[in-house]
Write a protein that binds this ligand. Structure first.
Ligand code: PAF
Length: 299
C-alpha cells in the first residue's frame, strides 16, 4: 500500500526538489495512483529558453505533473569532453522550474544513479556509431542508459526531448519501442536565437567572435532547405557553400538522411544535419527538408 503524500513529497503550489530515486519513485507511484499523468523533461541543467519550451510542451498534457530531471550524466561524456566544465547553475535552474510551474525537480547524485559495481548499460545498435557516434564513441550508450534509468524511476506517461539533438531523439524513440517502455516520446522543435542559432547550453562557451561565426550552421541548413525542391545534391551544395564562407567553422559532418536517419529518400521528408567546431566548442544543428516536392522548408 502506498503511504499518503506529505508536503515534503509534493506541493501542488510550489516545486519540490527530490534527490533520492527510491523516494521519488514512491511519490510518483502515489501521484499515478491518484490519477495524475507524469511528464518527464530530462535535462543536464543550465536551463535556457529551449528547456522552457520543453516544459511548456509537457504542461499542455491534461492532469499532468511535470518532472524535470537535472543530472550531468558522466556516462555520456568521453575522456576529452567537457564534463568538468559543463555549466552547473542549480539554484537558478530551480528558479526557472518554479517560474514554469514544474511540480518536481529530480536532481540525483552520480553515486545514486550509478552505485558502485553497476555494469549493465543500454546498447544503442548501429545508429549509435553513426553521425555523432563517430566523433563521440560510447556517447549514446551513456545517453540511453541514463534515460532508461530515468524512465524506470519517474515512470512517465510522456517524456519530452528537443529536436536539436535529433539523433538522440531518434535513438530514444527506438529504445522506447524496442524495449517496450510504456510511454510516449515527444519531440519539440528547436528554439532559436533571433539570428537562427539553435539554443544550447554549450553556446555559453562561445566568445563574442565565435558566437558571430556560429550562426553559419543554421544559415547553411536554411540555405539547403531553401533549395530542397531541386533534390539532395542541390541541398548539400547550397549548405556546403555557406559553410565554406566561414573557415572558422570546422565541419565534422553535413549529412542528408531520412527522418529515421536511414538513407534519404529521393522525394519526400528528410533531415539535414550538421556538426562543427567553433573554436573549442562543438555545436550541432538540423532542419527538416522536403526533397523534390516543396519550395521553402523549415522546422
Ligand atoms: O539532451 C540532454 O540534455 C541529455 O542528453 C539527456 C537527454 C538529459 C540525458 O542526459
Amino acid at each position: 500500500m502506498t503511504k499518503p503524500l506529505t508536503k515534503d513529497d509534493y506541493r501542488p503550489d510550489d516545486v519540490t526538489v527530490h534527490r533520492d530515486p527510491v523516494r521519488l519513485n514512491r511519490v510518483i507511484r502515489a501521484l499515478r495512483n491518484a490519477g495524475r499523468n507524469v511528464a518527464l523533461v530530462p535535462t543536464m541543467g543550465a536551463l535556457h529558453a529551449g528547456h522552457r519550451q520543453l516544459i511548456r510542451e509537457a504542461q499542455v498534457m491534461q492532469n499532468t505533473v511535470v518532472v524535470v530531471s537535472i543530472f550531468v550524466n558522466p556516462l555520456q561524456f568521453g575522456p576529452n569532453e567537457d564534463l568538468a566544465k559543463y555549466p552547473r547553475q542549480f539554484e537558478s535552474d530551480v528558479d526557472i522550474c518554479r517560474q514554469e510551474r514544474v511540480g518536481i525537480v529530480f536532481a540525483p547524485s552520480a553515486e545514486d544513479m550509478y552505485p558502485k559495481g553497476a555494469q549493465v548499460t543500454v546498447h544503442p545498435g548501429p545508429l549509435g556509431d553513426e553521425l555523432e557516434g563517430v566523433v563521440r564513441p560510447g556517447h549514446f550508450a551513456g545517453v540511453l542508459t541514463v534515460v532508461s534509468k530515468l524512465f524506470n524511476i519517474v515512470q512517465p506517461t510522456y517524456a519530452v526531448f528537443g529536436q536539436k539533438d535529433y539523433q538522440q531523439l531518434q535513438l530514444i524513440h527506438r529504445m522506447a519501442r524496442d524495449l517496450n517502455f510504456p510511454l510516449d516520446v515527444v519531440g519539440v522543435p528547436t528554439v532559436r536565437e533571433y539570428d537562427g542559432l539553435a539554443l544550447s547550453s554549450r553556446n555559453a562557451y562561445l566568445s563574442p567572435e565565435e558566437r558571430h561565426h556560429a550562426v553559419t550552421l543554421s544559415a547553411a541548413l536554411t540555405a539547403g532547405a531553401y533549395v530542397s525542391s531541386q533534390g539532395a545534391d542541390a541541398v548539400l551544395k547550397a549548405a556546403h557553400d555557406v559553410l565554406a564562407q566561414t573557415p572558422e567553422v570546422e565541419v565534422d559532418y553535413l549529412e542528408l538522411r531520412g527522418v529515421d536517419l536511414g538513407p534519404a529518400p529521393e522525394n519526400g521528408d528528410a533531415r539535414l544535419l550538421v556538426a562543427a567546431r567553433v573554436g573549442a566548442t562543438r555545436l550541432i544543428d538540423n532542419i527538416a527538408v522536403l526533397l523534390g516536392e516543396g519550395d521553402e522548408q523549415g522546422e
